[in-house]
Design a binder for this molecule. Structure first.
Ligand SMILES: *Cc1c(COP(=O)(O)O)cnc(C)c1O
Length: 385
């Protein structure tokens, strides 16, 4: 079946004679056994009987199976946040003294985590532009364990050539944060990724009402290994959070189509506006990633940035908006803006900000599913004010 159908038809448990239409919420912390051997076996593997919700839960499993299916992976590990998924994957993969190659324009939290791992665990990190396979090849060392990429980066809309970079990474585990693209626009495992991570807080949940994450593994052994670390870290989601994410997933295809259509409308109007210096949406032919994005993505995404003259113009703009909210996060039904230099990327130094393509006047827009003319009217009045 096609992705638009698969997001709606999440597998539900079979009862005797009938099946629930929605995935039931198993709001329980544990499970009772009649057989001690079944109990013992369940403690040691992710695919045994359910025993304790930190190790596994039927509602959480339904979410994991649905996202693994959409991404074309063997299995998934759902977590309590996107950072939980990223931590579980990196801590399960890296040991002291290992080396990571990471794309320079990363989500701020991931960047801070890698810096912390460098300072405290002796893990070395080389940042690369993320366009050039030769740069990845040149950065490889005997202890390179991870190549870390984002399908569409925040906030400049850089799109990585996943296949070429994965190929260049040799034996390193290729981890791709696919939050901005979702499996509807890109499935990184098809392009050589070993692990895909998501903040399901964003598009997969889609309604700004739940925090969560998921890691999808191309290989079942890597899933099992990471599951062991994940349960030690305690990054398991609550069943109700998983239930909300499954509900969000059902409309993912509809929402993504509208998000991307609206983003196209706003990006084209912003380009024409005299107060706007640059628009960083990969759907624009002038964007440096446009060619790669056209090949890799089934849609150019709906969270992107544009540049106003300076920090003062940026502050004035975000304060003058009336319909569009000034708020963190992205991927919900409502349109949001933020000012990265002062918020999401505040951990970065001046030099790192410039390297990541962010200036004082950069505005990040997460385009929602409202009527695009209402959005444009609000943006235009705020730009004029
Ligand atoms: C939000 C986000 C994260 C972190 O996810 P949380 O759910 O906030 O922990 C990681 N990567 C990207 C690209 C994000 O947008």
């Amino acid at each position: 079946m096609r992705p638009d159908t698969r997001v709606v038809h999440t597998a539900v448990p079979d009862l005797t004679g009938s099946r629930p239409l929605a995935v039931p919420l198993y709001q329980t912390s544990g499970f009772a056994f009649t057989d001690a051997d079944t109990f013992a076996d369940a403690m040691n593997r992710p695919d045994g009987a359910f025993v304790y919700t930190r190790l596994g839960n039927p509602t959480v499993r339904a979410l994991e199976n649905a996202v693994a299916d959409l991404e074309g992976g063997a299995a998934a590990l759902a977590t309590s946040s996107g950072m939980g998924a990223i931590n579980a994957v990196l801590l399960a993969t890296l040991s002291a003294g290992d080396h990571v190659i990471a794309q320079r324009s990363l989500y701020g939290g991931t960047h801070a985590l890698l810096r912390d791992m460098e300072a405290r665990w002796g893990i070395e990190v080389t940042f690369v532009g993320g366009h050039d396979p030769a740069e990845v090849r040149a950065a490889l060392r005997p202890r390179t364990k991870v190549l870390y990429l984002e399908t569409i980066s925040n906030p400049t809309g850089h799109v990585s050539d996943l296949a070429a970079l994965s190929e260049a990474a040799g034996d390193a585990v290729v981890v791709v944060d696919n939050t901005f693209a979702t499996p509807l626009l890109c499935r990184p495992i098809e392009h050589g990724a070993d692990v895909v991570v998501h903040s399901t807080t964003k598009y997969l949940g889609g309604h700004s009402d739940v925090t969560g994450g998921v890691a999808v593994f191309a290989d079942a052994d890597r899933h099992r290994h990471t599951w062991h670390h994940g349960i030690e870290l305690g990054v398991t989601p609550d069943p109700f959070a998983a239930w909300l994410m499954i509900r969000g997933l059902r409309t993912l295809a509809l929402r993504m189509r509208r998000h991307v259509e609206n983003a196209a409308v706003l990006a084209h109007r912003l380009v024409e506006h005299p107060s706007v210096r640059a628009v960083h949406w990969p759907g624009l032919p002038t964007h440096p990633s446009h060619e790669v994005a056209s090949k890799l993505l089934d849609g150019f995404g709906a969270a992107f940035s544009f540049d106003l003259a300076d920090a003062e113009a940026g502050r004035r703009f975000v304060s003058a908006l009336e319909l569009v909210h000034l708020a963190p996060s992205l991927g919900g039904t409502e349109t949001l803006v933020l000012h990265p230099a002062g918020t999401s990327h505040r951990q970065l130094s001046e030099e790192e900000l410039t390297e990541a393509g962010i200036s004082g006047g950069t505005i990040r827009l997460s385009v929602g599913v409202e009527d695009p003319d209402d959005l444009w009217e609000d943006i235009a009045q705020a730009l004029a004010g």
